[in-house]
Design a protein around this ligand. Structure first.
Ligand SMILES: [Zn+2]
Length: 396
């Protein structure tokens, strides 16, 4: 199979249209992708020859020519495939997926309980090798994408982790004899949002993830903006309170110390439940249930839940207003585990941002709960994204 660097823009356009729309006839591909008929014929023939596209049955065209039929074309389900690995602090998830995002195989296992580089490398190599051995017969696997927590794994230094990611990428790629991409799992999820959110096919948008940390993925002209050192978009570590709590990054009073899930949950226990028992902090289900209860109480106007959520809304709003002004990107997608009452955070946050942008400017802020498959599918997309291209929204 071809290296993705050899794919033309028109080839990527056709693959993207088939991923988004499902099977299509050539005429519609030409129209949606703004391509000539001859180009579509040439690309489809080449993709069929490369085993990436198949011809299905015919469909009656609805274009006035009575009874005229055309063949439908679809992506092949088994090539190219990619392995996605999502490392969370406690659990590692691994999937085998295709361009359509279908999961052909998946597994979960406990994340290695060590921060030593070599132990982590060996854990990943053995996990991926065993998975490859069990599932390689399912199709043509073109690479492995790995999402890791931005801070806290393996170290608490964002910059050190970026250096380690590069080392891990080169080492694994050589051991596995295939392309390996590693990025933090917020960036991976942002890529998932980019290629799977049908309601939000924007070239420019800011994805904000609120979990243990608060991270972003910034898409500019269709590409993830990483910055010179890969540190772009760390709004979770904007200082919002110089006298605030110490942050795991080493500074104090970062946005994350107010808005991170564990920190919201801590306030919920101390102020709402009035208990010093914080054992739920390390159990994802208890934590999520606590946050849902916090947001539910706030939506009923109950204090102190409302004040806790309101403070979080203002601080996130402040960080986002600055980000929006600096970047001039007006579409924002926020994901978190806020339950059905997320609007109690979003509403005051939108108001705060609205009153802090330059007069006359506006922005769109959407909340989408996390898709449970998003992080691991996003990891696989670190590889598969190279098959896609932005298509102007007016032709979509
Ligand atoms: Zn920090």
């Amino acid at each position: 199979m071809k290296d993705t660097s050899e794919l033309t823009d028109n080839t990527r356009r056709i693959i993207t249209l088939l991923k988004r729309n499902g099977p299509l006839p050539k005429g519609e591909l030409a129209q949606l992708g703004n391509m000539g008929w001859a180009t579509v014929v040439k690309v489809i023939n080449q993709l069929a020859e490369d085993g990436m596209v198949k011809r299905l049955g015919t469909v009656i065209l609805d274009n006035g020519k009575k009874g005229k039929r055309a063949y439908l074309y679809d992506l092949i389900d088994t090539r190219p495939l990619a392995i996605g690995v999502d490392i969370e602090y406690q659990t590692t998830t691994i999937v085998l997926t295709n361009l359509k995002g279908n999961v052909l195989a998946s597994a979960k296992l406990p994340t290695v309980n060590s921060r030593s580089d070599q132990t982590i490398r060996n854990f990943l190599l053995s996990t991926i090798s065993e998975f490859l051995e069990a599932h390689a017969h399912k199709g043509v696997i073109c690479g492995v994408g790995i999402g890791i927590p931005g801070i806290g794994f393996p170290t608490n230094s964002r910059l050190d982790n970026i250096k380690k990611m590069k080392g891990l990428m080169d080492w694994l790629s050589q051991k596995l004899q295939m392309p390996v991409q590693v990025n933090d799992n917020t960036k991976a999820y942002a890529i998932f949002e980019k290629w799977n959110n049908e309601t939000f096919p924007q070239e420019n948008f800011i994805f904000v993830s609120v979990r243990t940390g608060v991270g972003t993925g910034i898409f500019y002209h269709g590409n993830l903006y990483l910055g010179t050192r890969g540190l772009a978009g760390e709004i979770g570590h904007i200082q919002v309170d110089p006298d605030g709590r110490p942050c795991r990054c080493g500074n104090r009073g970062c946005l994350e110390t107010i808005l991170g899930e564990q920190n919201l949950y801590r306030e919920y226990c101390l102020q709402v439940l009035q208990t010093k028992n914080l054992s739920g902090l390390n159990d994802p289900q208890t934590l999520e249930a606590g946050l849902t209860d916090l947001f539910s109480r706030a939506s009923r106007g109950e204090e102190p839940a409302l004040s806790i959520v309101h403070e979080a809304a203002v601080q996130l709003g402040r960080g986002l207003a600055h980000t929006i002004m600096v970047l001039d990107i007006s579409n924002v997608v926020i994901s978190g585990h806020f339950g059905p009452h997320a609007e109690v955070l979003l509403d005051p946050m939108r108001k705060f941002i609205g009153s802090h942008l330059l007069p006359g400017t506006s922005c769109t802020i959407k909340y989408l709960p996390f898709d449970p498959q998003g992080h691991v599918q996003g990891a696989a997309l670190l590889i598969l994204k190279d098959y896609f291209i932005d298509i102007q929204s007016e032709t979509m």
